[in-house]
Every structure is written in structure tokens, then in C-alpha cells.
Design a binder for this molecule. Structure first.
Ligand code: SF4
Ligand code: SF4
Length: 99
């Protein structure tokens, strides 16, 4: 998967260092967000018909469709479950994360 490059993030020292508006420019990820996810989506490739609905609705754009089988980037998936909810073929299971 073509992962986005992490943006260099300078820790703010005082309130004047914080930018106005959004905390980062769009299209830039400041850190890998894995670690706080409670459930992870797992694609059942036998049921998946590659309709790409999950790809379209994923708010973080972490479903890769560039290969024959869809692949989820777990470094950046937040486990929101939107993909599983929207899959009309019941092809995505939300599985509890193990420690
Ligand atoms: S929405 Fe379901 S069936 Fe469609 S591509 Fe995603 S996992 Fe496969
Ligand atoms: S759980 Fe949320 S962030 Fe992760 S792949 Fe599904 S829609 Fe995207």
C-alpha cells in the first residue's frame, strides 16, 4: 500500500505556537494511530465481491484497492466500523483487538 508520509510535527511550547483553525494541513497524517483501536475490521475475502463500497465510505481512506484483494492498512485504521456497517455482503467482521 502507498502509505502517506508522516508530517514532521513540532511540539508547541506555548499557546502562540498552535496554528489557527485545523491542527494540521489536510492530506497529512501526523502519527500512526494504531494502539487505541478496540475492534479491527477483517475482510472475509470469500464473501467480498469487490464492490468497493467500503473503500468509498472509509473516512480515513485506509482501504487499498490496488491489488487483487482489498487490504486494510491497520497502521491508520481507527476501527470505526463504518466499512463493516456499509458492506451489503456481510464481508467485514469487526474483531476485538488482542493485547
Ligand atoms: S463493501 Fe464488502 S463486498 Fe464490497 S468491497 Fe468492501 S468488503 Fe467487499
Ligand atoms: S474501520 Fe473505519 S477506518 Fe478502519 S477501514 Fe473501516 S471505515 Fe476505514
Amino acid at each position: 500500500m502507498n502509505k502517506p508520509k508522516l508530517k514532521k510535527w513540532k511540539e508547541p511550547i506555548n499557546i502562540s505556537n498552535y496554528p489557527l483553525g485545523a491542527t494540521c494541513e489536510s492530506n497529512h497524517l501526523v502519527s500512526i494511530n494504531a494502539g487505541w483501536r478496540t475492534y479491527r475490521p477483517v475482510i472475509n475475502q470469500d464473501k467480498c465481491v469487490k464492490c468497493l463500497r467500503c473503500f468509498l465510505v472509509c473516512p480515513d481512506g485506509v482501504i487499498d484497492k490496488s491489488k487483487e484483494l482489498l487490504e486494510i492498512d491497520y497502521d491508520y485504521c481507527k476501527g470505526c466500523g463504518v466499512c463493516a456497517y456499509e458492506c451489503k455482503f456481510d464481508a467485514i467482521d469487526m474483531v476485538k483487538e488482542e493485547k
